[in-house]
Design a protein around this ligand. Sequence first.
Ligand code: ADP
Ligand code: MG
Length: 418
Amino acid sequence: MTGLLFVIGMLAGLAVGFAAALVLRRRALRAFDLVLRALAALAAGAEPERFYAPLGDLAEREERFNDVLQQLAERLSSLELDRMRFLAIIRNLRAGVVLLDARRRVQVINPAAERIFGVWAPEVEQTYHLAMTHTYALESALDRVEQGEVLQLERREGERTLQIDLAPVPGTGGTLLVVHDVSEERRLLEVRSQFVANVSHELRTPLTVLGGFAETLLDDEVDEGHRRRFVRHIADETRRLSLLVDDLLRLAAIESGRERPERTRVDLLEASRAVAERYGPEAQARGVALGVAGEPTGALTDRDRIEGILISLIDNAVKYTQEGGHITVQIGSSGGAAELTVADDGPGIPQADLPHIFERFYRVDRSRQRATGGSGLGLAIARHLALSIGAELSVESEVGHGSAFHLRLPGMAQSGDA
Ligand SMILES: Nc1ncnc2c1ncn2[C@@H]1O[C@H](COP(=O)(O)OP(=O)(O)O)[C@@H](O)[C@H]1O
Ligand SMILES: [Mg+2]
């Protein structure tokens, strides 16, 4: 009997134990589900929920688990913040930034690099860099950078010069490219050294002439008649030199853009008359008729610069037009623009020279120039002045028929009377 009771007791004990195990398993599973839910929320970027342990003896672990969750959440959000900062910085950099992975595929490209390479980020991301850079020289440079070197490369393609800095990205096997478009800097350097060469050349010619006459004058044998002629030449040449230096200074002042143009109401007709008046005696001496015609036309602009342009244009017309010729300064307006034309019936300018006459030191006929003594800077100055006040300066000319220079001040014409 006791045996039977014992067996029954055993079975009952087993059943209770089994039931308890089942309950425990369900609770453990629930606890596990809760842990999973907390981690999933974190992975999805949500604020971690507080985790409540479903079992009493998990309470102390519950506290620690919540701490770990909190730390993870903070770490993730600081990583995200770093990422946002990084993106904000490279997005706003003036330099092009490209990040390549270990297989030289584009990982990151900023807007400046998109502009430089003429690409759209989504189209080149994950593609081999050559599809975007087309720069085969980068391949051997990348070989070296992947060995840990830091390099700088300068590539010239047609009109464009790119400067590319390459550096390895530690731990990724990738490379960081920083790209600068230095075309403008290089071009300016070239223009400047060209300019210095031209100026030196322009200065040397009169200096050689001056030196020659001075040397000759040192010779006691020179008779009084020659002496006077030589001194006359020296005086002429000196005047020409100082005109050249004046022009150079004027050009430098305009180019530096230091002074902002004024904006006052200028009557173009009146300004033209004032400049023409100054050239009256010279025109008369050369036997050239100089007249101003048109309506009073106001423009909001810089009077000195308008006069500067007029001086260059009228000076040329007076100098280059043959005796018996005519020069007309015509003022008017069309389509809201004030217009000013200086026309002559002089020798005209050959078609082949027309595109160049606004360049510094450009002269159509160098031999004729020595006689008239221009610096070749007048039209360069006029064009710069026009640009500085937002005006357009253009020319029409036909050999044997004359030239017409047009100055157009868009949107500046003001109603009739001054
Ligand atoms: N009205 C004009 N008629 C003929 N040729 C002109 C006229 N204006 C300018 N040119 C030509 O354009 C060249 C450039 O003019 P500019 O820059 O004023 O230099 P320059 O000091 O020689 O006058 C002149 O050398 C001249 O050959
Ligand atoms: Mg001139």
